[in-house]
Write a protein that binds this ligand. Structure first.
Ligand SMILES: C[S@@+](CC[C@H](N)C(=O)[O-])C[C@H]1O[C@@H](n2cnc3c(N)ncnc32)[C@H](O)[C@@H]1O
Length: 282
């Protein structure tokens, strides 16, 4: 797993290609706008060379992001996401409806004994509180303090214990094993080059017989990118990619590809998600 503060060339190359594709620019157009050759762009994207440092502000400006974002920079102070501001709204930015994948957990592993849950990217805390209200022991983290504050206040007001804490999912190493690891709408913040490491961490931190309950946004050519998608920080998964991490030693309890409407950012759009519930068998 990557430690904080480093920028790797593969990360940069990956960002460049994926951002160019998301901006629907060909290599030719991209090269022309930077006044370089198409071959130079191709070499950057293939990792054979990388742009001169003087090009970075121009490239960042082209994608309307900062140079830090272009470099996928992470500091030990954790990465800032737009949710630090968005969660300051009144009420819940994501609404208060509990996702169906969270409800599935009640049937698959009811808390008839002590069942501990780790939620990754808990946002404003609705799912964590839902689990705690139903009798699970819940640790839940997010990178956005504003969401954690909301979660803590809501949990306190109804008197349910939830251990909310701030952590970066790219570097966090659980210090115990969990019966259930749950994450909804967050795994797209893992750059593809770091997915194998993060998925291994999640799986290693799951008890035998435990569940991974996960969903993530999937790229479809026929679905437009949401207005509040954080370019350069969020990375679509490929269809079925999530399932591929669970092919051997895990039993699928649910695998699903679903489509839904969304109005976040104030503009109607659609999403495609892959959802998975897998049980650790060995
Ligand atoms: C789309 S929201 C989903 C929130 C919540 N799971 C839900 O279903 O409402 C994505 C969440 O991931 C969090 N996030 C983004 N990058 C993160 C990181 N590196 N570590 C931990 N949380 C992160 C964001 O702050 C945000 O709360």
């Amino acid at each position: 797993m990557t430690t904080g503060g480093e920028v790797t060339v593969p990360d940069l190359m990956l960002s460049l290609k994926s951002m160019r594709l998301k901006a629907k620019m060909t290599q030719e157009v991209f090269a022309k706008r930077l006044a370089v050759s198409r071959q130079a762009v191709s070499k950057w994207e293939n990792g054979q060379s990388y742009p001169d440092i003087s090009m970075l502000p121009k490239i960042a400006a082209l994608f309307e992001i900062s140079v830090d974002e272009l470099l996928n920079y992470r500091s030990d102070n954790l990465r800032h996401t737009q949710y630090e501001e968005l969660y300051k709204c009144d009420g819940y930015y994501w609404g208060s409806k509990i996702r169906s994948i969270a409800r599935e957990v009640l049937g698959l592993m009811p808390p008839t004994r002590k069942v501990n849950v780790l939620e990754i990217g808990c946002g404003e805390g609705q799912a964590a509180i839902f689990f705690a209200r139903n009798g699970y022991l819940v640790d839940a983290f997010d990178i956005a303090e504003a969401g954690l504050r909301k979660g803590r206040a809501a949990a306190q007001s109804i008197g349910v214990p939830v251990n909310f804490f701030c952590a970066n999912l790219l570097t966090y190493q659980p210090d115990r094993k969990y019966d259930i690891i749950y994450s909804s709408g967050t795994l797209q913040y893992i750059p593809p080059s770091e997915r194998a490491d993060v998925m291994r961490t999640i799986q290693d931190a799951t008890k035998i017989g435990g569940l991974n309950v996960l969903d993530t946004f999937v790229e479809k050519s026929f679905i437009r990118i949401a207005p509040d998608w954080e370019q350069g920080k969020e990375f679509f998964w490929k269809s079925a990619e999530l399932f591929s991490y669970y092919a051997a030693d895990w039993k699928y309890e649910l695998i699903k590809e679903n489509y839904f409407d969304c109005n976040s950012g104030g503009v109607h759009h659609r999403h495609c998600m892959n959802a998975l519930i897998a049980r650790k068998v060995v």
